[in-house]
Design a protein around this ligand. Structure first.
Ligand code: PLP
Length: 380
C-alpha cells in the first residue's frame, strides 16, 4: 500500500522487455539490422508514450525518470544570457523540482514559491500576482505525491498563456490514475516516470510541446533530438511504452477500483476513530491516496508496527523527535503540532483488494490504540 513510492512491474511489461536484454540487444543508433531492430522498438515505445498523453511522438524525450525530466524542464527552459530569469513554483513540489529551483537561485535566478490552502491547492491569485516581466516558467505538479491533492493545471495554463510564460507540470503521480492529455491541460512540458505505473525503474520521459525552445542539460551524441544525449535504454524504454499502453487501457477500471478502496478506508477511519484527520483535499485528490494524521501517535512507530504485519505504507515525518524533519508538504498545510508527527500515507494500487482494506483498517485501529495507550502525550 505504498504505490506512490513505486509499483510492481507488470508481468506483461517484463515480457515485453526481456528480448531487448538478449537477442535484440542492438544500439538504436547503429545502422545495421541489430540497430534497426532496437530503433523500431524505440519508435514504437515513443508512440505508446505519446498516445498515452495526447502528444506527438517527436515531442517525447526519454530520460532516466521523473527526477531527470523535472531537471531538464526547469534547467533547460532557463536561458543563460537574457533577462528572463524568474520561475514560479509551489511550496509543495517534489524535491526534484524544489531542489532544482534552489540550485537556480544559487545561480542568480529568482524563484517565487506559491503557498497552498489547507487542502493543498495552490493559490491562483498569488500565481497571477507573482508574474514579473522576466518570468520564464511556471512549474506546478499535476497531483501531489504525499497528500494526493490535484492542482488546477488548466486554470494555471490560462494564466501562463495570457502572459506568454512556459508551463511545466510533473504528472508522475497522475498517469494511470487520472486522464492526462497535454492539450486539455494546456501544458508546454510534462514529466512522467515509468516505475510509478508498473514499469521498470530508471526510465521516464519529458513531453516538450513542439516549438518550445529548451536547451539540453546532458551533452553528447545528440540522442533524443539533441535534448538528452546518451545511448537509449532500450529495454527500459520498451517497458515504459508497454506500461503506458496498459495504463491507458486500464485507466477507467483501475481508477474506479482504487477510488472505491480509498473511499471505503477513509469512511471507516473517519467514521470510527477519534483524533484523526484526513490530509489533503476532500474531493480533488488522487483516487489511490489516503493521507491520515493521528493525534499523539508517531508516524514512524505506526509504520514499523504495520511493517511487522507485512503492510507497507509511508510516513511524512522522517524523525519523530525533530520538527525540522517533518515533510514540507504537511508543514505547508498548517497541521497542528499534535497531528503533524502522526501522519501515514497509504497509496493504493490496482492489485490491492477491498479485503486488504478491511484488514488494514482493523490492524491500523489496534495499532493506534496500542500506541496511544503508551503515549506520554495522551490525556495531557
Ligand atoms: C511527484 C514526483 N515527481 C518526481 C518523482 C521522481 O521520479 P523518479 O523516481 O522516476 O526519479 C517522484 C517520485 O517519487 C514523484 O512522486
Amino acid at each position: 500500500m505504498d504505490h506512490s513510492a513505486t509499483t510492481p512491474v507488470d508481468p506483461l511489461v517484463v515480457g515485453a522487455m526481456l528480448p531487448y536484454f538478449s537477442d535484440m540487444f542492438g544500439n538504436s543508433s547503429s545502422l545495421h539490422s541489430f540497430g534497426r531492430e532496437a530503433g523500431e522498438a524505440l519508435v514504437k515505445a515513443r508512440k505508446e508514450v505519446a498516445d498515452g498523453i495526447g502528444a506527438m511522438p517527436e515531442e517525447i524525450i526519454f530520460t532516466s525518470g521523473g527526477t531527470e525530466s523535472d531537471n531538464l524542464a526547469i534547467l533547460g527552459s532557463m536561458p543563460q544570457n537574457t533577462d528572463k530569469k524568474h520561475v514560479i513554483t509551489s511550496v509543495i513540489e517534489h524535491p526534484a523540482v524544489l531542489n532544482t529551483c534552489k540550485f537556480l537561485q544559487s545561480q542568480g535566478h529568482e524563484v517565487t514559491y506559491i503557498s497552498v490552502d489547507p487542502g493543498g491547492v495552490v493559490d491562483l491569485e498569488k500565481i497571477e500576482s507573482s508574474i514579473q516581466d522576466n518570468t520564464m516558467l511556471i512549474t506546478v505538479m499535476h497531483a501531489n505525491n504525499e497528500v494526493g491533492t490535484i492542482q488546477p493545471i488548466m486554470d494555471i495554463a490560462q494564466i501562463a498563456k495570457e502572459n506568454d510564460i512556459l508551463l511545466h507540470t510533473d504528472a508522475v503521480q497522475t498517469i494511470g490514475k487520472l486522464p492526462v492529455n497535454v492539450d486539455t491541460l494546456g501544458v508546454d512540458m510534462l514529466s512522467l516516470s515509468s516505475h510509478k505505473i508498473h514499469g521498470p525503474k530508471g526510465v521516464g520521459a519529458l513531453y516538450v510541446r513542439k516549438g518550445t525552445n529548451i536547451h539540453p542539460t546532458v551533452f553528447g551524441g545528440n540522442h533524443e533530438g539533441g535534448l538528452r544525449s546518451g545511448t537509449e535504454n532500450i529495454p527500459g524504454i520498451v517497458g515504459l511504452g508497454k506500461a503506458m499502453a496498459l495504463a491507458g487501457e486500464r485507466l477507467d477500471k483501475d481508477s474506479k477500483h482504487m477510488q472505491h478502496m480509498r473511499d471505503s478506508l477513509i469512511d471507516k477511519v473517519l467514521g470510527s476513530m477519534d483524533g484523526v484527520r484526513l490530509n489533503g483535499h476532500a474531493t480533488q485528490r488522487l483516487p489511490n491516496n489516503v493521507n491520515l494524521s493521528f493525534k499523539n501517535v508517531e508516524g514512524e512507530s505506526m509504520l514499523m508496527l504495520l511493517d511487522m504485519e507485512e503492510i507497507a505504507v509511508s510516513t511524512g515525518s522522517a524523525c519523530s523527535s525533530g520538527s525540522q524533519n517533518v515533510s514540507t508538504v504537511l508543514k505547508a498545510l498548517n497541521l497542528e503540532d499534535e497531528y503533524i508527527h502522526g501522519s501515514l500515507r497509504i497509496s493504493l494500487g490496482r492489485e490491492n483488494t477491498i479485503e486488504e482494506i478491511d484488514s488494514l483498517f482493523n490492524i491500523l485501529r489496534s495499532t493506534v490504540e496500542r500506541l496511544r495507550s503508551i503515549s506520554p502525550l495522551e490525556g495531557r
